[in-house]
Write a protein that binds this ligand. Structure first.
Ligand SMILES: NCc1[nH]cc(CCC(=O)O)c1CC(=O)O
Length: 319
């Protein structure tokens, strides 16, 4: 007798289906049960407005969470960077699997890198975080680029480069990897140039807080280092009172001495989209051993960033 399938709630974009497919295989392995994909359309998928205008926070996530709350699906897979920092009581983040490459990349015409974009190059990105850091880099290096707000799925965005409308677009390495288009990357941006979004490159597997058996099974897919890193990054974001469409970057990484992990470094950035001002800070300390310690690290860095004027740089998105 075959066991009843677990229902995985997913968005229907190519990227979402690719990452949900990978998680489905992994969950099937650890539970021994078949996993069935249930496609759900979210507001972020149907709206043609710019993300910054529709508020950003949660537009890709709300419909999945509603399906979970109604018991229509057993668990949901999100891109962690799209997940609001507020966690509803009735749901838990049952697993955060090993993070992929967190970097942003560009896909440019003529195989160009950021440093050799032509004068006046039009660079597509709808993300205030990417705009702020790219414009700051351009200012600091005597470059002349124009960031152009765009939206749409990964294929649409790359299409703007292919059809000549734009010289380059900025995307997440992880997304391109997951849909098998990473060979189109022309430059992997150093995180010293563009700090990724909090949680970028990581996935979140969410399920109902009262589903103890499933929570226990999904825990096997959790990567403790990724979990602690994204917890600190998201705590920073929450303490800045910013959402996923705010010009905030954060990345926690582990500093190792040979094979032994020694410390964790948390970097944060916030800036104006024109790149005229950035507040960029970092802190390094023992790897947090608890959720609370990781949260505290993010809050501490946020406090320092706020002391340096971070709130004033977030414009109308700062609440
Ligand atoms: N905002 C959309 C989004 N949400 C997650 C990813 C893929 C990368 C990831 O999982 O972090 C992307 C596309 C992009 O930013 O290029």
């Amino acid at each position: 007798m075959t066991e009843k399938a677990l229902r995985l709630g997913t968005r229907r974009s190519k990227l979402a289906l690719a990452q949900s497919g990978q998680v489905a295989d992994a969950v099937s392995q650890v539970t021994g049960r078949p996993v069935e994909l249930v496609e759900i359309t979210t507001y972020g998928d149907v709206s043609r407005e710019h993300l910054a205008q529709i508020g950003g926070t949660g537009v890709f996530v709300a419909a999945l969470r509603e399906a979970l709350a109604r018991g229509e699906v057993d668990f949901a897979v999100h891109s962690l960077k799209d997940l609001p920092t507020a966690q509803p009581d009735e749901l838990v983040l049952a697993a955060v699997p090993v993070r992929e490459d967190p970097r942003d990349v560009i896909v440019a015409r003529d195989a160009r890198k950021l440093t050799d974009l032509p004068r006046g190059a039009r660079v597509g990105t709808g993300s205030p975080r990417r705009m702020a850091q790219l414009n700051a880099y351009a200012r600091g290096h005597g470059m002349d680029i124009e960031t152009v707000p765009i939206r749409g799925n990964v294929d649409t965005r790359i299409g703007y480069v292919m059809n000549g409308e734009l010289d380059a677009v900025v995307l997440a390495a992880a997304g391109l990897n997951r849909i098998g288009r990473s060979d189109e990357v022309t430059d992997f941006l150093s995180v010293d140039t563009v700090l990724p979004a909090p949680g970028q490159g990581a996935l979140a597997i969410e399920c109902a807080a009262d589903n103890a058996d499933l929570i226990a099974a999904l825990a096997e897919l959790d990567d403790p280092f990724t979990r602690v890193a994204v917890t600190a990054e998201r705590s920073l974001l929450a303490a800045l009172e910013a959402g996923c469409s705010a010009p905030v970057g954060a990345l926690a990484d582990l500093l190792a001495d040979g094979q032994t992990v020694k410390e964790m470094r948390l970097r944060g950035v916030v800036g104006t989209t024109d790149g005229s001002t950035l507040v960029q800070l970092s802190t390094t300390g023992p790897v947090p051993e608890t959720h609370d310690a990781a949260m505290a690290l993010g809050r501490e860095l946020a406090t320092e960033m706020l002391a340096q004027g971070a709130a004033g740089l977030m414009g109308e998105r700062a609440q």
